[in-house]
Design a protein around this ligand. Structure first.
Ligand SMILES: CC(C)(COP(=O)(O)OP(=O)(O)OC[C@H]1O[C@@H](n2cnc3c(N)ncnc32)[C@H](O)[C@@H]1OP(=O)(O)O)[C@@H](O)C(=O)NCCC(=O)NCCS
Length: 174
């Protein structure tokens, strides 16, 4: 995965009410509605954090939302939990990710995903977790993530996980 490099005039900021989130259109209604209606409230309640990628005109080029969760030992593949305790295990969650339609197909999604995973890795240095998980909004999104080492969780076809080793590789820019 290539490192998170964006044009110099772009920036990444924590979502706040000054950002033009109502104009954002990824082509997926759930992804758009989350940013428009829920992301800020959820952040104020300390449930999730959202970062926006801003273009040269401070338009929202893309965004991602991260959270923390737990997954039961029995829901994880055996190779991942081989030496782990049989209980709820901590995971990072890539809850949402989207790129505005006008910027899609130019490698922005790939780099934004890498940026979100670098954030996850940094967070894991303070609050440990064993993997990053996400729920795919549709089959297309699933194909997008599967290109980047995300794997299916047995029994949950739309839930993918990225083992910690792969997260480390992304953070190192491998
Ligand atoms: C999925 C999404 C984030 C991809 O963003 P993007 O900027 O278009 O992606 P990129 O240009 O970085 O593409 C990266 C790679 O993924 C592939 N790709 C992009 N969108 C894809 C899709 N919908 N399905 C399958 N593969 C896809 C590209 O072909 C590219 O592969 P390549 O490097 O081998 O050519 C964007 O299309 C989007 O926001 N979609 C709607 C919302 C959504 O589905 N979000 C994800 C779930 S929350």
């Amino acid at each position: 995965m290539s490192g998170p490099r964006f044009p110099e005039a772009w920036s990444i900021e924590s979502l706040d009410k000054s950002h033009p989130r109502r104009k954002f259109q990824s082509g997926n209604n759930d992804v758009d509605e989350w940013l428009k209606k829920s992301a800020l409230q959820s952040q104020k309640k300390h449930l999730t954090t959202t970062k926006v990628l801003l273009g040269a005109e401070r338009e929202i080029v893309g965004y991602y939302t991260l959270a923390f969760s737990q997954v039961d030992f029995s829901d994880l593949p055996s190779d991942l939990v081989k030496k782990l305790p049989r209980r709820q295990l901590p995971v990072g969650v890539l809850a949402w990710l989207g790129v505005d339609r006008s910027y899609q197909g130019r490698g922005v999604g790939r780099r934004l995903l890498a940026t979100s995973l670098v954030d996850c890795h940094e967070a894991s240095q303070t609050f440990a977790f064993i993997a990053v998980i996400l729920d795919c909004v549709d089959e297309q999104a699933k194909r997008f993530y599967q290109q980047f080492d995300f794997q299916e969780l047995p029994g949950y076809p739309m839930r993918l996980y990225l083992p910690f080793k792969s997260l480390e590789a992304v953070a190192k820019g491998d």
